[in-house]
Write a protein that binds this ligand. Structure first.
Ligand code: GLP
Length: 242
């Protein structure tokens, strides 16, 4: 795993933007896996600015998002489709039909195999952007004894509901289920970039860079050690030398 420790959040966003810009320059029709949450917002701002300045062209890029809440309309302000449109897609020259977010509506399990097929049809993921939950969840692959490898519907843990309640009016409004790519989908990406910032997530960074190279489904982020091309970009607050 390649580790980049930055002085602050802005530098994390800039380092990540460089990797995405290089990827799109090398392969203009790249398939990008994208994440939500507050961590990637700076990167999305950097890339939007670069696109508007004519520096990076998204016209042939395709995207697949990691996850979506079950039960929220795509127009719901807390749905991940809405988040992606508002924070990224509306600001760049990507074709909306080339952007994909799992459908959390209707009979959500139907969406799972279809999403796996879609990723395959697109030719697989060239570059995946990830964040981590406080408990080490990736997408919505929550800590558990066993994990589902492919796209699936999952129950959110109490700690994730609590953490994500900051975006909703009240905790009771947070959906309790989500559709998420599995760690198998994610580990099939050719290249992975994970952004982790803030002191609260220091234990996750520690678990990812520990010298024993242990992996555990109880901290899904550690499964990234199984992948040959992962770059972890964190700020100083999230990094502490072991
Ligand atoms: C959500 C998303 C994850 C994301 C996590 C962390 O739970 N499903 O993909 O990594 O939030 O969010 P934040 O960056 O706001 O800490």
């Amino acid at each position: 795993m390649k580790l980049i420790v930055c002085k602050d959040y802005d530098e994390v966003s800039q380092e990540a933007a460089k990797i995405f810009e290089e990827q799109i320059e090398r392969k203009p029709d790249s398939v990008l896996c994208l994440a939500t949450g507050s961590t990637p917002l700076g990167l999305y701002r950097e890339l939007s600015r670069a696109n508007q300045a004519g520096g990076v062209d998204f016209s042939e890029v395709k995207t697949v998002n990691l996850d979506e809440y079950v039960g929220l309309e795509p127009t719901h302000p807390q749905s991940y489709r809405y988040f992606m449109n508002e924070n990224f897609f509306n600001h760049i020259n990507i074709k909306k039909e080339n952007t994909h977010v799992p459908n959390g509506l209707g009979w959500a399990p139907n969406e799972c195999a279809a999403y796996d097929d879609l990723i395959e049809k697109l030719g697989g993921i060239d570059l995946a952007l990830l964040g981590s939950g406080l408990n080490g969840h990736i997408g919505f692959n929550e800590p558990a004894d066993t994990l589902c490898a492919r796209t699936h519907v999952t129950d959110l843990t109490e700690s994730t509901i609590e953490a994500n309640s900051r975006f909703f009016e009240k905790k009771g409004d947070v959906p309790t289920k989500a559709v998420t790519m599995g760690m198998g989908n994610i580990l099939c990406a050719k290249k992975i970039v994970i952004l982790i910032t803030g002191e609260e997530k220091r234990p996750i960074v520690q678990a990812m860079i520990d010298k024993q190279f242990s992996v555990t489904t109880q901290i899904p982020a550690t499964l990234l050690k199984l992948h040959p091309d992962v770059t972890l970009i964190c700020d100083r607050a999230a990094f502490q030398k072991g």
